[in-house]
Ligand binder design. Structure first.
Ligand code: ADP
Length: 405
């Protein structure tokens, strides 16, 4: 408190002249004095204003005396620290003094008192109260800080615990993904080996001497085997793409040779359906490029196999051209004159497990993964795949891949 505002004092006395005398003495020291002419009045004031530095209280008052008033003040949490100095005319008995201290007095003054002593005492207690108040404030601030710190620590611990749980979950997920990969790789090997035997011996049988019925049955076995192989390969490819474990090689390859190989693979199937299978390489396409030819063949195969599957008459055109004059960015396209795809189905045609619902799907095998895999294989290599189609007229699937020269 500054000297021009040394504090606020509550003066309690039932005699107006006593209150006036006290006020005169203390106002000279710049204290702000609030007067109460009874214990009840004092309590009323205190319930509204709690910023008093000290209370000067007359002991002998009618109705409620100073001791009773003090005891009531002590009972109120926000008021109990305000020092009370009792003013009494009779200090004849020790019992009296004891009663006063028990009620919460910090000191006594016997009337008539010297104004100088009164001022000195009030100054000491006002100062003490100020210091006490400051300490109390600091204690509260400390407690608040400790509470904040404890809260912060609790939140930190909670975060650490959550992080641990998340790490454990990630570890578990990784472990189970690794297990899944290992399982897929083992199971695919185990299934592919006997399947290759089935397909191999079906081919041998088909080339040998067989009756018409036997030939038909072996043909069915072969087709079923091929479908099964596609399903297994697609499932493994998709799971490798999802797991991010699909790898790509970089080797020199010839576009012409690739088209020749693909032609050999499909000419028989196209002939069976009386379809023309044509390959075109635009003249500005450089023959030798660097990239993953196995994946390139896989993508083109998928598109040609669909084109043959969904075309009953006409031509399948496979073409490669230089895309947008960037001579290493090639665009491959497979165009058929087949059943086409309706506009509502075009948007989702590259989604996994997408199959356009009509009897054609049931006629042919497949999981609806082929296009999804092909598109992702193109995407991963930094390319793009598109489709244009008209129902009952045909479709063009095109994709571009940037190759190195
Ligand atoms: P699936 O292995 O079942 O053929 P794909 O992902 O290769 O799966 O093809 C998904 C679906 O897209 C097919 O079931 C078919 O309905 C449609 N589709 C794909 N290619 C063609 C095409 N060239 N002409 C008409 N429909 C096609």
């Amino acid at each position: 408190m500054k000297t021009n505002n040394p504090g606020k004092i509550l003066l309690v006395d039932d005699k107006a002249e006593n209150l006036f005398a006290l006020e005169v003495i203390l106002s000279s020291e710049h204290y702000i004095c609030v007067k109460a002419n009874s214990g009840t009045e004092a309590l009323k004031i205190l319930l509204q204003q709690q910023d008093f530095s000290i209370i000067l209280m007359d002991v002998q008052m009618p109705e409620m005396d100073g001791f009773e008033t003090a005891e009531l003040i002590r009972g109120i949490e926000t008021l109990k620290h305000i020092p009370i100095i009792f003013l009494t005319a009779s200090m004849d008995s020790h019992v009296h003094i004891f009663k006063g201290y028990k009620a919460g007095a910090v000191d006594y003054m016997i009337k008539p008192f010297s104004p100088e002593i009164l001022k000195a005492k009030v100054a000491v207690f006002a100062e003490l109260y100020k210091k006490n108040y400051e300490l109390l404030r600091q204690k509260e601030e400390m407690e608040r800080l400790i509470r904040d710190l404890t809260n912060q620590k609790r939140i930190e611990n909670e975060l650490i615990e959550r992080k641990n749980i998340a790490e454990k979950a990630t570890q578990k997920a990784e472990e189970s993904a690794n297990l899944k990969d290992a399982f897929l790789s083992i199971i695919s090997h185990e299934i592919r080996t006997p399947l290759n035997a089935i397909l191999g011996f079906s081919n041998v049988l088909l080339k040998g001497k067989l009756g018409a019925t036997e030939k038909e049955y072996v043909g069915i076995v072969k087709t079923a085997g091929e479908n099964l192989l596609t399903i297994i390969n697609d499932t493994i490819d998709m799971s490798m793409i999802e797991a991010g474990t699909m790898t790509f090689t970089e080797n020199n390859f010839s576009i012409r040779e690739i088209f020749q190989k693909i032609n050999i693979m499909f000419e028989e199937k196209a002939e069976e359906k009386n379809l023309a299978l044509l390959f075109t390489i635009d003249k500005d396409v450089q023959d030798i490029l660097v990239g993953d030819q196995t994946r390139l063949i896989q993508i083109i195969n998928n598109l040609i196999s669909n084109a043959i599957k969904f075309t009953e008459k006409g031509t399948i055109n496979v073409r490669v051209r230089v895309f947008k004059n960037e001579n290493s960015l090639l665009e491959f396209s497979v165009t058929d004159t087949g059943i086409g795809i309706s506009a509502d189905n075009l948007d989702t045609i590259f989604n996994r497990f997408k199959q356009v619902e009509d009897h054609n799907n049931r006629k042919h095998g497949g999981l609806g993964l082929g296009l999804a895999i092909a598109k992702r294989l193109v995407d991963i290599q930094g390319g793009a795949m598109t489709v244009e189609s008209k129902l009952n007229e045909g479709s063009t699937f095109a994709f571009s891949i940037p190759f190195k020269k």
